[in-house]
Design a protein around this ligand. Structure first.
Ligand SMILES: *Cc1c(COP(=O)(O)O)cnc(C)c1O
Length: 367
């Protein structure tokens, strides 16, 4: 069986280092707000090229906390609008609605699957306060056009960097491209922890300060509460694991790129459309997403041939029951994408013989 993502194999690669790191935390008897988190925050700041990283509980909270902080800072207010791609993972939208802000969905481009910069301006109203770009499937969504629009309308540019740690735009890493970024270290992400974890990255010292307080009960001095905050902190064990993982992230990304390159060179089947990288450095291949009119058949055929695939994602946010107010909206490109996409196995540990097998199996596929 070729697994979609073999997290056991990924973990085995550095098992001794992980055991040492976790053992160090166990021996210290200190599990929250300690040295491991502080050092991970410094390491991740240096990696992304930002001034501040705040470790938090998960990726959804990272995005929630950015928006909540802007509300506390008086930069946004309930009912304000945030422009966001219609084909994103539900967490981007949840972060907006949890703060009683309004998501304004914009169609993606069919080639990059990222928000179509040419469609953003039409979605802007006097209530718009931010654009949340999502580096979907690992491809950087940032470009000068989006930055220019944000400057012109005085909008915050927020990155959902959950899928793209290590992607580069003109020499700068994702996480430092906008005003703030939220990222996720969910175990299946490119920089995955051993449980839930996330982080906010930003150059803005005020935002960093408010996010840090909000994530810790709205407090920086114990039992003194400046905000009605929440409890969303990265724990020491996750930070210790991530300190090990971060050292190997660029190497892991190179392996993902090599796998993607192999697929793109060798999958030759007119039924299967391959993904494109706008720029090779700008894509870290969190997912390798193909498109086909015969998705059900292809997925079944691959499964019959012992190849695991997943659909990211089968139902777009505007079709979810949770967002019935959005159900009447029409996003034909988003619908098309959700109906045709299929994610093939890809990871830093996928073996050459596995890549060969996926390629030859797909090349034999006839709907
Ligand atoms: C995974 C993910 C999130 C949420 O991260 P969690 O750590 O699972 O809360 C947000 N946005 C995108 C695009 C994601 O892929």
């Amino acid at each position: 069986m070729i697994k979609f993502l073999d997290i056991q194999k990924i973990t085995q690669k550095n098992a001794d280092e992980f055991k040492q790191a976790v053992g160090r935390v166990i021996d210290s008897g200190w599990f929250l707000l300690g040295d491991e988190v502080r050092s991970f925050e410094d390491n991740f700041s240096a990696f992304c090229g930002v001034k501040h990283t705040i470790g938090v509980g998960n990726g959804l909270d990272a995005l929630r906390l950015i928006l909540r902080a802007y509300i506390e800072m008086g930069i946004m207010a309930y009912g304000d609008e945030v422009v966001v791609p219609a084909n994103t993972y539900i967490a981007s939208i949840l972060a907006i609605t949890e703060n009683r802000l309004r998501p304004v969905l914009v169609e993606p481009e069919l080639d990059s699957y990222n928000i179509d910069a040419d469609k953003i301006e039409a979605a802007i109203t006097p209530k718009t306060k931010a654009v949340m770009i999502v580096h979907l499937y690992g491809q950087c969504a940032y470009n000068e056009k989006i930055q220019t629009i944000c400057n012109k309308y005085n909008l915050k540019l927020i990155e959902d960097n959950a899928q793209a740690q290590g992607a580069i735009y003109n020499g700068r890493y994702t996480g430092c491209l906008g005003d703030a970024a939220g990222t996720s270290f969910y175990p299946g992400k490119n920089l995955g922890a051993f449980g839930d974890a996330g982080a906010v990255t930003t150059d803005d010292p005020n935002l960093a300060d408010v996010v840090r307080k909000l994530s810790n009960y709205g407090s920086s001095v114990k039992y003194v509460n400046e905000y009605a905050g929440l409890n969303s902190r990265m724990d020491e064990i996750q930070a210790a694991v991530l300190n090990v993982k971060l050292k190997y992230l660029n190497e892991d990304t190179r392996k993902r790129r090599a796998a993607s390159h192999f697929y793109r060179q060798n999958i030759l089947n007119s039924e299967v459309m391959l993904p494109t990288a706008i720029n090779e450095e700008g894509h870290v291949w969190h997912l390798f997403v193909v498109r086909t009119k015969s998705r059900t058949k292809l997925q079944q055929y691959l499964s019959d041939n012992d190849i695991q695939t997943i659909i990211h994602y089968p139902i777009p946010p505007h079709k979810q029951k949770a967002y019935c107010a959005l159900n009447c909206l029409n996003f034909p490109l988003t619908d098309k994408i959700h109906n045709e996409i299929l994610s093939l196995p890809i990871s830093p540990v996928i073996a050459d013989y596995e890549l060969d097998q996926v390629v030859s199996t797909i090349n034999r596929f006839k709907p």
